[in-house]
Design a protein around this ligand. Structure first.
Ligand SMILES: [Zn+2]
Length: 308
């Protein structure tokens, strides 16, 4: 098949396009929060160039109409895979993570639907909107910022170890229903913030910090499998949970870890307690989420219709 981009677009009169539109309207009526412009996604009405849009760090819930017996539905967005799962009859759904540093502007989600009889391609225009991230200035002990050669080597190895977890993707959802907050506490609202540590710009903050007293229970945001427990220089004691479909959650700076690698956890299960291990200015939970390689705002997940 050698269809160009334009030929792959659903025609405004095609059944598939109408189905998509109807599905979008159904979502709009059932999940008003989900599709408000500030939340996760919006499907405009200017067919055929209707598009999804979301801010940096947000997650789009994308439904794809399929024939009855689609074998597999996969997508590509900015070089990252997007996986789709059967949602109901003739509909697959996928979670598309917009990385906190994806360039604002027009992009395309390429979806491939494989049937026993062949395959079909759809191209969804996706608009990435810029998020106004705050700048956060912090002062940390010199030995936590200016690393000696041995520590730098340790940090690099630990980063590779962490990244290796995300390479094994469970191709079906392990989550059960909507996500929950892992800790009740004061959310510091620093997801994506540009960090200036001891006067020097550093990597942006890829998670959310929730301040809570040492020893406060930390709960799994959803059901899944514990893929790794760590004790790293920056993260301190941490737990990484695989929720399926390329969705992983991370819990760092724990005082204690209450689960083991390979263990299944249910939504809300206590996996450890709040601490200040690793590089932390005080007791808090660092809650991070990776979605097929994209660093997304954990709170964006709580607005998704993950009911099953
Ligand atoms: Zn943090």
């Amino acid at each position: 098949m050698n269809a160009g981009a334009q030929e792959s677009w659903p025609s405004p009169r095609s059944r598939s396009w109408r189905t998509l539109f109807v599905v979008a309207m159904v979502i709009a009526s059932v999940f008003p929060v989900t599709i408000s412009p500030h939340a996760t996604s919006r499907l405009g009405t200017d067919a055929p160039t209707s598009r999804f849009q979301g801010k940096q760090g947000e997650v789009l819930f994308i439904e794809v109409p399929v024939a009855d017996h689609a074998g597999e539905v996969t997508g590509q967005f900015l070089g990252r895979r997007v996986l789709f799962f059967p949602l109901r009859s003739q509909t697959y759904a996928g979670l598309l993570g917009i990385d906190m540093e994806d360039a604002p502007g027009q992009h395309e989600l390429h979806v491939t639907i494989r049937h026993p009889g062949g395959r079909r391609k759809l191209i969804y225009p996706i608009t990435v909107l810029p998020e106004a991230y705050p700048t956060q200035r912090m002062t940390l002990p010199k030995n936590k910022v200016e690393l000696d050669a041995a520590t730098l080597k340790r940090v690099r190895t630990e980063q590779q170890t962490l990244l290796s977890v995300f390479e094994s993707v469970t191709p079906h959802p392990l989550w059960e229903g909507p996500c929950v907050e892992p800790v009740e506490g004061r959310v510091t609202g620093v997801f994506g913030s540009r960090r200036i540590i001891n006067g020097y710009p550093r990597n942006p903050h890829s998670g959310e910090d929730i301040a809570a007293p040492t020893g406060t229970p930390v709960r799994a945001m959803n059901a899944g499998v514990v893929r790794m427990t760590i004790d790293h220089f920056f993260t301190g004691k941490g737990v990484i949970i695989d929720h399926g479909m390329g969705l992983f959650s991370m819990y760092f700076h724990l005082r204690e870890i209450a689960v083991e690698q390979g263990q299944r956890v249910h939504r809300g299960q206590v996996i450890g307690t709040v601490g200040s291990t690793g590089r932390a200015t005080g007791p808090h939970l660092h809650w991070g989420v990776r979605l097929n390689g994209a660093r997304v705002d954990p709170y964006a997940l709580m607005r998704l219709p993950l009911g099953r």
